[in-house]
Design a protein around this ligand. Structure first.
Ligand SMILES: [Zn+2]
Length: 238
């Protein structure tokens, strides 16, 4: 179960909606009920949408449903998370972390994989990433220990160990020698809280941190911000 689904409030809300909407269908078939339960586990999909999805799948030709289920199996077995940044990957390290042309002394911290996708689309950023897996949100039970902050700190430590004189081992021409952590959490309460928390814990480590520039409207999500706004926020980070 993902970080979001595991919060008590979310589970309770889903359970209530589930009982109200789906009780009729569940009396029809246990297999139907099981499928709706699985789709309901997805973030942003409630029991009503899950029921619609399962009904739609039933209208597909059987061969297509079989191909779909095979694809899900391949997905589960063939894709995992990068051991360094937690991006999707078919190897132990993702394409970004394995690319020697990426700037190794820049780590952009984002909440979700979809945020990484939005930033990559701008084509402006050539450093590495770190995916936290969410943002601090005590109401939803998301505390700092629920996020991949420990893993971020160990990356910073490793960087320092490997570059005892403060510079990367074999820096390419034009690369920044000092490690920079770019805090690209969402410009909403949870994202701001997370960025402030990270700034505080990185301060004693004497690591340069920067935040995306304002211009992103407050309360928004990076995933839905247009490329131009995101490019400007990157250029003018502070
Ligand atoms: Zn990676």
């Amino acid at each position: 179960m993902c970080l979001f689904c595991s919060s008590a409030a979310t589970v309770r809300r889903k359970k209530e909606a589930y009982t109200q909407i789906c009780s009729y269908f569940f009396t029809v078939s246990l297999k139907f009920k099981k499928s709706v339960e699985y789709f309901s586990k997805l973030q942003g999909i409630g029991p009503r949408q899950a029921t619609r999805i399962v009904v739609a799948l039933l209208s597909w030709p059987k061969t297509e449903v079989k191909q779909f289920s095979q694809n899900l199996m391949d997905l589960a077995e063939g894709i995992s998370l990068c051991q360094d940044c937690f991006n999707l990957s078919e190897e132990t390290k993702c394409q970004i972390c394995s690319d020697p042309k990426r700037e190794q002394a820049k780590i952009c911290v984002v909440e979700k994989i979809t945020d990484l996708g939005s930033i990559e689309k701008t084509g402006l950023y050539r450093g590495l990433y770190h995916i936290l897996g969410g943002a601090i949100d005590p109401v939803e039970g998301l505390l700092p220990r629920s996020l991949r902050i420990k893993e971020l700190l160990s990356r910073v430590e490793n960087f320092k160990i490997n570059n005892t004189n403060g510079s990367v081992n074999s820096p390419q021409a034009g690369q920044t020698k000092e490690l920079e952590i770019i805090l690209a959490t969402n410009p909403n309460t949870q994202g701001e809280t997370t960025a402030l928390y990270l700034e505080e814990i990185l301060k004693p480590m004497e690591i340069k941190t920067s935040r995306l520039a304002k211009g992103l409207s407050s309360g928004s999500y990076l995933e839905y911000v247009d490329s131009i706004t995101l490019q400007n926020a990157f250029k003018n980070r502070r």
